[in-house]
Ligand binder design. Structure first.
Ligand SMILES: Cc1cc2nc3c(=O)[nH]c(=O)nc-3n(C[C@H](O)[C@H](O)[C@H](O)COP(=O)(O)OP(=O)(O)OC[C@H]3O[C@@H](n4cnc5c(N)ncnc54)[C@H](O)[C@@H]3O)c2cc1C
Length: 380
C-alpha cells in the first residue's frame, strides 16, 4: 500500500493551488452577489487541463485520471467551492460522452468541452423524478429520423452556460425505459427556464431547462436505446459522487484553515483562544473530519484509476465528506463566536456551501441505501 503522491500529482496540486489563489478570490464577491459562474475563466481552465483531466488525449484531454481529478477539484474548492461544483458536472458530461459516445459524437462534442469553450450539462433530475430516477416524466418519442423530447429538468448545474446537454428521458417502461441524448442548446424546442437562487455554492449556476417538442436527430442518441438508466447511474457513481466528495473536501480544507487562523488570532483572558481546551477540541474534530474525508476521496480516485468498481466507496466518500463539511463548518462558526455569522468571515459562506453539497449527486439517504447493500453482504 502506497499513500504517497507521484511527482506529477504533487506538481499538479501546486499549479492548481497557485492558479486558484491568484485568479479566484477577486471574483468571489461578484459570484456571491450575482449567482453567476465566471465563464470568462473557462478557456484558462481549459488550457490548464482542468476541463479535460479525465478525457483521453485523442480528444484534447490531458487524461491524467481520477485521482488527479480529485486533486484539481479539491484545490479549486479550497479557494472557491462553487468552481469545482460547476467543473465536476462539466466532467460528468465529458465522462458520459467518453464512456457511451460513438466516435463521431466524441469527435464533435468533446473538444469544445475540453477547451472550455462551453460547459457541460448532465440533466437527470426532473420535478417528478429526483431520487426516483425512473419516475421522471421527461419523455422522448421517435418520429422517423428524429427523437421528440418533451418535459422539464430542474436543479441542473451549468444549465445557462452550456451548449451541450446530456439529457436522460423516458423512452419506454421498466428498467430499460430510459435513454440518453445529446441535446444542443440551439436545437428547436430546447428552452432555458428559470435560474435558481441557492443559499450556497452561489457561483455555480443551477437552473431549469424545458423541452417543447424538442427535435433531436437520431444520431444524437447517446448509447443504446433503453440504456439511459445505466448512463445516469454510472455517471453519478464514477464521476458525480467522487466529484462532490472533492467539493466537500475543498470546503473542509477552507474550514480548517479559517478556524485555525481565528483561534490563533482571537485573544481572550490575555491569550489566544487556541489555548482553550474546548477550542482545541473543535479544531481536532474538524481536522479529523478533513483527514478522513481525504482518505475516502483519494481511495475512490485511486480505485477508479485501477479500473475497480466504486459503488459503495463513492457513496460512502460523498456522504461522509459533504456531511463532514457541514458539521465542521458549523463548529467553525461556533468557534468564531458572533464573528462567525458576519458576512466578512468566510465560515458562514462555507456552511452555506456545505449544505448545498448534501443533495447534489444524490442525497445522504440514497447513499445509505447503497452502503446498506455492502453492510448486509458482510453477513455472508
Ligand atoms: C447544487 C445542486 C446541483 C445539482 N445538479 C444537478 C445536475 O447537474 N443534474 C441533475 O440531474 N440533478 C442535479 N441536482 C439534483 C439532485 O441530484 C437532486 O436534487 C437529488 O437527486 C434529490 O432529488 P430531489 O431534490 O428531487 O429530492 P427527493 O428525491 O424528492 O427527496 C426528498 C427526500 O426524500 C428522501 N428519499 C428519497 N428517496 C428515498 C428512499 N428511497 N429512501 C429514503 N429516503 C429517500 C431524500 O433523501 C430526501 O431527503 C442538483 C442538486 C443540487 C442541490
Amino acid at each position: 500500500m502506497d499513500f504517497a503522491f507521484s511527482d506529477r500529482e504533487e506538481l499538479l496540486r501546486k499549479s492548481v493551488r497557485e492558479w486558484a489563489e491568484q485568479e479566484l478570490p477577486p471574483r468571489m464577491e461578484e459570484m456571491e452577489e450575482t449567482g453567476e459562474f465566471p465563464m470568462d475563466l473557462m478557456p484558462a481552465m481549459g488550457r490548464m487541463g482542468f476541463c479535460g483531466v479525465i478525457t483521453p488525449k485523442q480528444y484534447g484531454g490531458t487524461e491524467m485520471g481520477n485521482l488527479a481529478r480529485i486533486l484539481v477539484l479539491e484545490e479549486l474548492g479550497t479557494v472557491c467551492p462553487a468552481i469545482p461544483m460547476a467543473m465536476q458536472v462539466h466532467h460528468m458530461c465529458t465522462y458520459a460522452l467518453v464512456t457511451n459516445g460513438s466516435e463521431a459524437q466524441k469527435e464533435k462534442y468533446l473538444p469544445p468541452l475540453v477547451k472550455g469553450e462551453t460547459m457541460g450539462v448532465v440533466a437527470v433530475t426532473d420535478p417528478s423524478g429526483g431520487s426516483d430516477v425512473a419516475g421522471m416524466q421527461t419523455s422522448a418519442e421517435k418520429k422517423g429520423d428524429t427523437w421528440i423530447l418533451n418535459g422539464r429538468k430542474c436543479f441542473i448545474t451549468n444549465s445557462h452556460h452550456s451548449d451541450i446537454w446530456v439529457v436522460i428521458a423516458k423512452t419506454g417502461e421498466g428498467r430499460k425505459g430510459l435513454s440518453a441524448f445529446i441535446v444542443e442548446k440551439d436545437f428547436p424546442g430546447a428552452v432555458l427556464g428559470r435560474k435558481e437562487h441557492k443559499v450556497g455554492l452561489r457561483g455555480a449556476n443551477t437552473g431549469e431547462m424545458a423541452f417543447q417538442d424538442c427535435e433531436v436527430p437520431a444520431e444524437n442518441l447517446l448509447g443504446e436505446e433503453g440504456a439511459g438508466m445505466g448512463v445516469a447511474l454510472s455517471d453519478i457513481t464514477n464521476c458525480g459522487r467522487p466529484g462532490m466528495t472533492a467539493v466537500g473536501l475543498g470546503i473542509l480544507n477552507a474550514v480548517l484553515k479559517e478556524a485555525a487562523k481565528f483561534a490563533n488570532e482571537r485573544t481572550l483572558y490575555g491569550k489566544p483562544i487556541a489555548r482553550l481546551q474546548s477550542i482545541q477540541n473543535h479544531l481536532a474534530e474538524i481536522y479529523q473530519d478533513r483527514e478522513l474525508a481525504r482518505l475516502a476521496a483519494y481511495r475512490v480516485g485511486w480505485m477508479l484509476d485501477q479500473g475497480m468498481r466504486v459503488d459503495t466507496e463513492s457513496a460512502l466518500a460523498k456522504s461522509f465528506a459533504c456531511e463532514a463539511a457541514a458539521r465542521s463548518a458549523r463548529k467553525a462558526i461556533e468557534l468564531h463566536g458572533s464573528y462567525g455569522i458576519m458576512n466578512e468571515y468566510a465560515v458562514q459562506r462555507l456552511l452555506r456551501d456545505a449544505i448545498v453539497t448534501i443533495p447534489a449527486g444524490g442525497t445522504a439517504e440514497i447513499a445509505k441505501l447503497v452502503m446498506s447493500r455492502a453492510a448486509l453482504a458482510a453477513a455472508s
